[in-house]
Design a protein around this ligand. Structure first.
Ligand code: SR1
Ligand code: MG
Length: 417
């Protein structure tokens, strides 16, 4: 079927034409459709059988423009192919952590998948102060499994390069290059600020040479280090969860890039949530300590679990393959040292990328609701200044942090528990 942009009515017609949908819906007579997309790029429809609410799917379609801006900003709809491929790839290594795909169409640039009716996008829930006991465990597994199994440490040279080729995601990488690593650090029409931020606050980022060099180094790394297949946009709006389960969604930005980019995205978002809850917990009438502590505990646990899991996958693989340097005295120790050094480098990248992800959400086009929805603009600006201050220190000093606790200590220094 040639591409056609769907709407509430034509989604039903499309569903009826897909053979796999007969296994989901016992009848097409009373389907309810609602557009629920709250992201910046695509349209997302919830399709549910009114008579049997358990019969339900999500239809996600890419349109040939950037939704947050409108038709004046063209963006190839074929970006959906990356999401399809990335979900299929993740299903190999951590099927319990990604939604099931029922149908995918490269022509229609759409995917029909499992509707996670018992799970919510965690950003909104974290704003409300909800706990997700499995978040660090599951997110670290998702990252370790997907990232390790797409590195040269695991794949043979040919498979790796062929996969890198399939995931050359020109247009969505350009969005990240512009909106995460460029525009927020200079004067740009795409930036937007809280009016309560002063010129001095903006210059603190945009006119600091050391910071600009550091961000430029992170951008170069993003563009040139094809280490592993990334999710590419792993913020807390790309995770749906409840107390028992976690699902990672929306990998349309997938490409081969530096491993620390995914980890940094997730950790940077939790740090922003931590800052925002200095204000929010009071609004909710809660004692701020417990929830904010949980956010920082989750930052620490995510990194520590990721480090352990990535190292174990790698060590087990080295053992299984009986690599040559395991076959001499001291070889195993050398291999362990090699892993340690590489993971140390991932950590400094994680810190640098987390910083860029934080600063862009304050000065750039796309915000995070955690902070941007704070109605008292003076209070919002106060939280934004802490975020900028922390981001700046992190990116400049990214190589000097020797533990995740040093990073959470910095967050606590700027915004005490
Ligand atoms: C201009 S698009 C802004 C952002 O939306 C996505 O979620 C990505 O984070 C992208 O940078
Ligand atoms: Mg997204």
């Amino acid at each position: 079927m040639p591409y056609k942009q769907l709407d509430q009515d034509s989604v039903i017609e499309y569903i009826k034409s897909v053979p796999e949908m007969k296994q989901v819906f016992s009848s097409f007579d009373n389907l309810n459709v609602s557009e629920i997309g709250d992201g910046n790029l695509n349209f997302v429809y919830n399709v549910t059988n009114n008579e049997k609410p358990k019969e339900t799917v999500i239809v996600k379609q890419a349109v040939p423009f950037l939704r947050i801006v409108g038709e004046s900003w063209p963006l190839p709809k074929e970006r959906m192919n990356f999401e399809i491929m990335a979900l299929q790839h993740a299903a190999k290594y951590c099927p319990a952590l990604v939604p099931e795909i029922y149908h995918a169409s490269h022509e229609m640039c759409l995917i029909i998948m499992q509707n996670l009716t018992d799970h919510k996008v965690i950003r909104g829930e974290i704003i409300q102060g909800k706990y997700f006991p499995r978040l660090a465990e599951d997110t670290s597994t998702y990252m370790a499994e997907n990232l390790f199994h797409t590195t040269d440490w695991f794949l043979d040279h040919k498979t790796k390069k062929e996969l890198v080729g399939k995931f050359i995601n020109v247009d969505l990488c350009k969005i990240t290059e512009d909106f995460v690593f460029t525009n927020p650090y200079e004067k740009s029409d795409t930036n937007s600020f809280n009016p309560e931020l002063t010129q001095e606050n903006i210059d603190f980022i945009q006119k600091d040479s050391e910071l600009k060099l550091a961000v430029a180094e992170m951008k170069y790394k993003f563009m040139n280090n094809a280490e592993a297949l990334l999710h590419g946009d792993l913020h807390i709006g790309s995770i749906m969860a409840n107390e028992d389960e976690t699902y990672v969604i929306d990998p349309e930005f997938a490409f081969f890039g530096p491993i620390g980019f995914d980890i940094g995205a997730f950790i940077g978002n939790l740090i922003m949530a931590y800052f925002s809850h200095e204000h929010r917990q009071k609004l909710l009438g809660n004692e701020p300590y417990q929830y904010r502590k949980w956010l920082l505990d989750t930052v620490e646990a995510t990194w520590e679990l990721f480090e352990q899991k990535f190292d174990k996958l790698w060590a087990d693989h080295q053992e299984k393959e009986n690599l040559p340097y395991w076959q001499y005295e001291g070889g195993k120790e050398a291999a362990a040292e090699q892993r340690k050094r590489f993971i140390r480098k991932i950590f400094s990248d994680t810190v640098g990328f987390a910083a860029c992800k934080m600063m862009r959400r304050i000065l750039g086009l796309a915000k995070v609701a955690d902070i941007a929805d704070i109605e008292d603009l003076k209070e919002r600006a106060r939280i934004e200044r802490m975020t900028l201050k922390m981001g700046k220190q992190m990116v400049i000093n990214r190589d000097s942090y020797s533990s995740i606790q040093e990073l959470t200590a910095l967050a606590k220094e700027l915004s005490p528990l």
